[in-house]
Design a protein. Structure first.
Length: 232
């Protein structure tokens, strides 16, 4: 017999956790399944095996969650949609090094837009964490958000220079910096999900095992800017 659910199936913190897990898994899983050397994670599109399927599937999964995620205000809502659509663009158009990537190819543009949006999210998380209770834990989260945001911008600039000026040919430079960027992305969203004990006061922490009964939750009322769901 079906029972009344004790909590919503998915909420904004769960979305952040899902994104973090998928992003942190993307690089290692793709490299594990690849049957050839990958100069970049995006080159998995050319592998033609399970690595390609995982690469595309994970990107669509990230896109789905990002598009469903509305954030804590209107700007985050728009940014989530932009990041989601960009992830679809990355999945649809392979890197130009792949034979399938000849002709019109917005792969790099979509990647740049997505990572720029993710760096902006780090800034948004940082600003909202400034006004949270429990300053010791909030300061730890701000440090993560600031480091990840700066790191994402730095990796973008380095990868842009590598592609533009053909630096360090015949190396794994792009693969390395892509991996760093993804790890920073995943780490910032993992911390924002409030599931890591070192960064959250017990009263702020997201529970993975003890559901919160719906009866104890405040009635859901639409509020301008989605402020009621703000948590970083």
């Amino acid at each position: 017999m079906l029972q009344v659910p004790t909590r919503p199936e998915i909420d904004f913190r769960t979305m952040k956790l899902l994104v973090a897990v998928i992003v942190l898994s993307l690089g290692p899983v793709v490299m594990l399944l690849a049957t050839q050397h990958l100069p970049s994670i995006s080159y998995a599109y050319c592998d033609g095996t399970s690595a390609r399927n995982v690469f595309i599937g994970f990107l669509y999964a990230i896109a789905a969650v990002m598009i469903a995620h509305n954030g804590a205000n209107f700007r985050e809502l728009v940014a989530s949609k932009i990041a989601g659509v960009s992830a679809i663009g990355i999945a649809m158009w392979p890197t130009k090094e792949c034979p399938l990537g000849a002709g019109f190819n917005p792969h790099y543009l979509c990647a740049a837009i997505m990572f720029t949006t993710l760096a902006w999210f780090c800034l948004s998380f940082y600003r909202r964490a400034e006004h949270k209770p429990h300053p010791v834990y909030a300061a730890r989260r701000r440090m993560v958000y600031a480091s990840c945001g700066i790191g994402i911008v730095a990796t973008m600039l380095v990868m842009g220079a590598i592609v533009q000026f053909e630096l360090w040919p015949n190396t794994n430079a792009i693969l390395i910096f892509e991996t760093i960027g993804l790890v920073l992305f995943g780490l910032s969203w993992l911390v924002a999900s409030h599931v890591v004990p070192a960064f959250d006061h017990p009263s702020e922490r997201m529970s993975l095992s003890v559901p919160v009964p719906l009866a104890t939750r405040q009635p859901s009322r639409p509020k301008r800017g989605h402020a009621a769901r703000s948590a970083d």
